[in-house]
Design a protein around this ligand. Structure first.
Ligand SMILES: Nc1nc2c(c(=O)[nH]1)N[C@H]1C(S)=C(S)[C@@H](COP(=O)(O)OP(=O)(O)OC[C@H]3O[C@@H](n4cnc5c(=O)[nH]c(N)nc54)[C@H](O)[C@@H]3O)O[C@H]1N2
Ligand SMILES: Nc1nc2c(c(=O)[nH]1)N[C@H]1C(S)=C(S)[C@@H](COP(=O)(O)OP(=O)(O)OC[C@H]3O[C@@H](n4cnc5c(=O)[nH]c(N)nc54)[C@H](O)[C@@H]3O)O[C@H]1N2
Ligand SMILES: [Mo]
Length: 725
């Protein structure tokens, strides 16, 4: 449907040829920016994708990954037809088949497996390759729940930090990212905004111009750290000790908003008692951050209002990540930062999007007692390292690429190579995961399907309109599941709704956040800000009003106490999020598992902490197969300090192997002061099949969980680096 873009119509029409049409786009990627885009179509072909200039955040700009997004749709390597494997697993030998053959093969194999082992022998495996409300994380849930398959617990990203967030401040969106323009003291804690949250970074830079101080707390000198006023460098995974020491100073030096604490918090006395052991000098020994710097940070955060903390996902990614975030979330309530527009916390504002998630996922179709397998444990689940009865005999992978993104990748490769495992993948490309599939289904890209994008980085809904017909025989994820449901004879209306009907059915239009927003709003503008205040006046916790059981910021988390007074459905949410583990109700410091101080024995063999953050030029593993994008990003590299390089005879540009007992990968050494001795950094996303020498960062990362929400420990891994043979 052509857009009738009221405000920019004249401008757009002036530059448009008569045969051109424009459509509203929403970037489909798993990224906080969720950019509003404009698709331009000529003669049925997508000829341009640009940022929507009307959108207050996107403002016409897209990132390096998306700026030639139309070309991405026409990549010659795209999977355009259903494929059947006709060579060994992993060999990338496929022949084209019809949709009928693909669907009937899946029906026959799954029926055989269900007859012999039961439906739980089938595991759906998916994540956020697409982030849309329709095409994203939950697109297959209703189908697989109806089938009776094993439930896949998807905790790749922010499940630990969200648990901690919910326990402390409840399901609030926190401050509006656009309100950062009013902030005067901005702490970016384990967040590389300049690469991973570009449009928020623009606002932060603007605030800096207006006099705000930017503090980056990062384990290495990231792009963001380079542009900061002050870069604080803790040892990986020790931020919990830093946060506890900050609280220690705030309390012991009386840098407190007593009135706010009294009225709007619970558990101050317990927190005060707990932080006494975290004197700044004690924390210096753990974190490597000078005690005087910790004191200065506490003082400045209290005195320079509005002060705000932006939490990055890496903060959760060590064994104690949950408790770290609990501690960090207490800070702005102690200093009263929440009283100001532009003060407080920003984590994931996703909580304020009113969605009927039960209508999307149909949890009531899960038979009681159905087993759950966590997606981070895929290798162990497939190889029998975790004893599963029945074993996993089939896997359907969609919106995910575990051979690049999931830990202990060599074990996953062994599991996927099993001849008796029937694997289906729905993909754009024959990724390192899809190359093990028996059947590959061709999936659409964003210009080829309808969707509605919520955001985990701002408060705008963004409509994504189908602009062109799918290439070849590609089908959207929603269409793939409609076809599968029909093949299996499931005729619940869930499986016959069109995409437009799903948008209507899934959004809770009656909530205050949706007041004044209708489908017409989206069709005329492409996006809509939730009706939850403006960036200039939103101050959600000025007077407390935390959506916790007590209505206050909970230093002592009532949600963590067994037999507590938390009412459903909050209680169910807490229980689900904490993964059934008992949680210490008071914030604390839980040391990393793999760290020279806490695990000296392991550090004798593997002395270096590896950090594997996002690549500037890739979006997780997307685009890491495109020559142009690899050229911009560079081949897989590892940053190593001059001291560590010299000790190993490694020179700039040398190819090295990074390894531990779990596996290894090859990378080109960049010898730099950007990392401290004892730490190495290699960014994420590279395809091992394209890496000279092989492997990728997740060959060395561990499947161990964080202490909350079954989150991954990607920042808690020891390795050794040596010259490659
Ligand atoms: N070492 C290390 N590992 C990490 C992280 C880290 O920091 N360090 N970060 C973690 C984080 S934060 C995340 S979110 C995960 C991400 O993990 P994944 O979600 O597995 O990552 P992607 O690379 O985005 O994989 C998505 C796949 O889905 C496909 N895809 C895209 N759109 C569609 C679609 O519409 N339909 C279908 N069927 N397929 C589609 C893409 O082609 C791609 O192959 O990785 C985690 N892994
Ligand atoms: N360009 C680009 N943008 C992306 C993505 C992408 O792949 N590429 N992925 C998207 C996704 S899925 C997500 S979740 C977000 C994540 O975006 P971010 O929250 O920025 O997450 P990361 O890049 O994983 O890590 C951020 C920073 O944390 C630092 N860090 C790692 N460990 C520690 C530690 O223990 N302590 C401290 N203080 N710092 C540490 C890293 O060095 C890194 O600079 O980005 C999204 N945006
Ligand atoms: Mo993520």
């Amino acid at each position: 449907m052509p857009s009738s873009h009221k405000t920019s119509e004249e401008r757009t029409v002036a530059t448009m040829k008569p045969s051109e049409q424009t459509f509203f786009g929403g970037c489909p990627h798993d990224c906080p920016d969720t950019c509003a885009m404009i698709y331009k179509v000529r003669g049925g072909r997508l000829v341009e994708v640009r940022g929507n200039p009307e959108h207050p955040l996107t403002r016409g700009g897209l990132c390096v990954k998306l700026k030639d997004y139309h070309d991405h749709h026409y990549n010659a390597d795209r999977v355009l037809y259903p494929l059947k494997r006709n060579g060994p697993k992993g060999s990338r030998q496929y022949v084209r088949i019809t949709w009928d053959e693909a669907l009937s093969t899946i029906k026959r194999r799954w029926t055989e497996i269900m007859d012999e082992y039961g439906a739980e022998a089938i595991l759906p495996y998916n994540y956020l390759g697409n982030e849309g409300l329709l095409q994203g994380l939950n697109v297959g849930d209703a189908f697989f729940n109806r089938l009776g398959a094993t439930v896949c617990e998807k905790t790749f990203c922010a499940s630990g930090s969200s648990t901690a967030w919910l326990l402390t401040v409840g399901p609030t969106g926190g401050i509006d990212p656009e309100s950062f323009i009013h902030s005067k003291y901005i702490v970016l804690w384990a967040c590389n905004s300049a690469s991973t949250n570009l449009h928020h970074w623009r606002i932060i830079k603007e605030a800096q111009k207006r006099g705000a101080k930017i503090i980056v707390i990062d384990a290495f000198r990231s792009r963001t750290a380079k542009a900061a006023d002050w870069h604080i460098v803790p040892r990986p995974g020790t931020d919990g000790a830093l946060a506890m020491a900050l609280i220690n100073i705030l309390i012991n030096d009386d840098l407190l908003d007593h009135d706010y604490i009294e009225k709007y918090t619970v558990g101050f006395d317990e927190l005060k008692a707990r932080v006494q052991e975290f004197a700044p000098e004690y924390a210096e020994n753990i974190t490597g951050v000078a005690a005087d710097d910790i004191r200065k940070l506490a003082r400045e955060f209290y005195h320079t209002q509005p002060s705000v903390i932006r939490l990055g996902v890496a903060l959760e990614r060590s064994a104690g990540g949950g408790q770290t975030i609990r501690a960090v979330c207490c800070i702005p309530a102690l200093t009263g930062s929440w009283r100001h527009v532009g003060g407080g916390l920003l984590q994931m504002p996703v909580w304020e999007f009113p969605v009927h998630w039960d209508r999307v996922c149909r949890p009531e179709w899960i038979k009681p007692g159905t087993r759950v397998v966590n997606s981070l444990q895929l290798g162990a689940a497939l190889t029998g390292e975790i004893n599963l009865d029945p074993p996993i005999m089939s896997l359907m992978v969609y919106n995910a690429n575990p051979m690049s993104q999931a830990p202990e990748t060599d074990t996953i490769a062994r599991g996927l190579a099993r001849e008796d495992l029937f694997t289906v993948a729905a993909e754009h490309f024959i990724t390192d995961t899809a190359s093990y599939a028996d059947i590959i289904l061709p999936a659409t890209m964003a210009g080829e399907h309808d969707d509605m994008m919520f955001s985990w980085g701002h408060f705008y809904w963004t409509l994504n309109q189908k602009a062109i017909e799918p290439q070849g025989e590609c089908a959207s994820n929603t269409e793939i599941f409609r076809r599968l449901a029909k093949t299996f004879g499931f005729n619940d209306p869930q499986f016959t709704r069109t995409d437009r009907e799903m948008i209507q059915h899934y959004i809770d239009w009656d909530t205050p956040q949706m007041q004044g927003i209708t489908m017409e709003t989206f069709l005329s503008r492409g996006y809509a800000h939730l009706n939850n205040g403006t960036p200039d006046d939103r101050c959600p916790h000025k007077d407390g009003n935390f959506p916790t059981p007590s209505g206050k910021c909970e230093f002592v988390a009532s949600g963590a106490v067994k037999g507590n007074f938390v009412a459903p459905p909050l209680r169910q949410m807490y229980e689900a999020m904490q993964g059934g583990e008992p949680i210490d109700p008071v914030p604390g410091y839980v040391p990393p598992k793999e760290n020279p101080q806490t695990n000296p024995q392991l550090a004798q063999r593997f002395p270096l902490n590896i950090v594997s953050p996002k690549s500037h030029g890739f979006l997780n593993s997307c685009y890491a197969n495109e020559a142009k994008k690899i050229k911009g990003q560079g081949e897989q590299f590892v940053l190593i300090s001059p001291a560590d390089a010299t000790a190993r005879g490694i020179r700039e540009g040398a190819w090295v192997k990074v390894f531990n007992d779990r596996g290894g990968f090859h990378a080109q050494a960049r010898v730099t002061d950007d990392v401290k001795a004892g730490v190495v950094v290699a960014t994420l996303g590279y395809w091992r099949s394209k890496n000279r020498g092989g492997g990728s960062v997740n060959c060395v990362s561990s499947k161990a969980f964080v202490n909350m929400g079954h989150a991954p420990t990607y920042c808690d891994n020891l390795v050794e680096v040596a010259l490659a043979d």
